[in-house]
Design a binder for this molecule. Structure first.
Ligand SMILES: NC(=O)c1ccc[n+]([C@@H]2O[C@H](COP(=O)([O-])OP(=O)(O)OC[C@H]3O[C@@H](n4cnc5c(N)ncnc54)[C@H](OP(=O)(O)O)[C@@H]3O)[C@@H](O)[C@H]2O)c1
Length: 293
């Protein structure tokens, strides 16, 4: 393990993120966790301090479904901390029914792609001040279920399906990870993506068969498998990418759980990745301008 000092983990008052926070606290990191609910957060911080014996655990409220809330989080972190060693963009999930955020975006797209893009962009100056900043983007193997151009019909007005919206958003996140890695190659900051694997978490528990129509006939079996999947085990890949010496210097890679996997050749297209980058920047600049008004 490296001598990691300060880590920010989004969506970590429960689920996989909580276990990532616990493991990083155990190895001595100063840990900042985010979430929306202050009561849950207080309980999570107390539990993490108790389980790890590490008191340097802090909660900052932020709603990853809102880019302005994400920008506010970035401002607060930047105001209170001089550097950041690890950023784990863990928050994510899907909306079973189509929703549009108050900022006008299809709701599944925001926590899985637009917010991590915004948060990371704003925190890059802090990460660059670390001896070796690491960004971990938590995606899902579901990205492979999206077979069209990921940039068309982003509002998903027709034939919305939660799992499809999730697959597209995670694919955009993965494509952004690849292009971000190239843009960071002259710095000491690395960025990798991981599929943590299945876990029984609040997000999984909230799923219904409408989110994944193809699974509706085998739903009891799906639920049985999900209930058996440990969030502590699913936390291992983020902890590994955030702290292991073995991955020092590795960037732009996709890890399926703990194993580095090759990606399909069509995802390596720089033009496709640039379009994803341009989308993220366009939205970020738009929201920056709105929040600065
Ligand atoms: N679970 C799986 O089977 C699985 C499989 C593959 C990939 N993943 C990915 O792994 C990551 C973690 O998954 P998970 O299942 O642990 O998620 P989860 O159950 O939804 O995570 C719960 C945590 O996220 C916070 N959270 C949820 N929505 C939030 C929002 N809009 N803004 C801020 N915090 C929010 C919750 O706090 P509050 O409710 O207080 O906000 C809580 O701390 C996600 O990116 C997910 O897509 C999960």
């Amino acid at each position: 393990m490296n001598t990691m000092k300060k880590a920010l983990i989004t969506g970590a008052t429960a689920g996989i993120g909580f276990h990532v926070a616990q493991e990083l606290a155990i190895i001595g990191a100063q840990v900042i966790i985010t979430g929306r609910n202050r009561e849950r957060a207080k309980q999570a911080v107390d539990t993490l301090r108790h389980l790890s014996g590490n008191q340097r655990i802090e909660f900052l409220p932020a709603d990853a479904s809102s880019i302005s809330s994400t920008l506010q989080l970035a401002r607060q972190v930047s105001a209170e901390h001089e550097h950041l060693d690890v950023l784990i963009n863990n928050v994510g999930g899907l909306f079973v029914d189509r929703q549009v955020t108050t900022e006008g975006f299809e709701a599944t797209l925001v926590p899985n792609f637009l917010s991590p893009f915004a948060l990371t962009s704003e925190l890059l100056p802090l990460l660059k001040k670390s001896e070796q900043g690491r960004i971990v983007n938590v995606v899902s193997s579901a990205f492979g279920m999206w077979h069209d151009d990921p940039l068309v019909a982003l509002d998903f007005e027709e034939d919305y399906q939660g799992l499809q919206a999730y697959a597209r958003a995670k694919l955009l996140n993965l494509l952004w990870t690849l292009t971000l890695s190239r843009r960071l190659q002259d710095s000491s900051v690395t960025v990798n993506a991981t599929n943590p694997g299945m876990a029984w978490t609040p997000g999984t528990q909230a799923l219904t068969p409408q989110a994944v129509p193809a699974w509706r006939f085998i739903w009891p079996l799906v639920r049985l498998m999900q209930k058996r999947a440990s969030p502590a085990k699913a936390a291992r890949s983020s902890v590994f990418l955030a702290s292991a010496e073995a991955v020092r210097g590795i960037s732009g890679a996709y890890f399926d759980e703990m194993k580095q996997n090759d990606l399909p050749a069509h995802l390596l297209d720089p033009e496709l990745q640039k379009r994803v980058w341009d989308l993220g920047m366009r939205v970020l600049n738009q929201q920056r301008a709105l929040t600065e008004c």
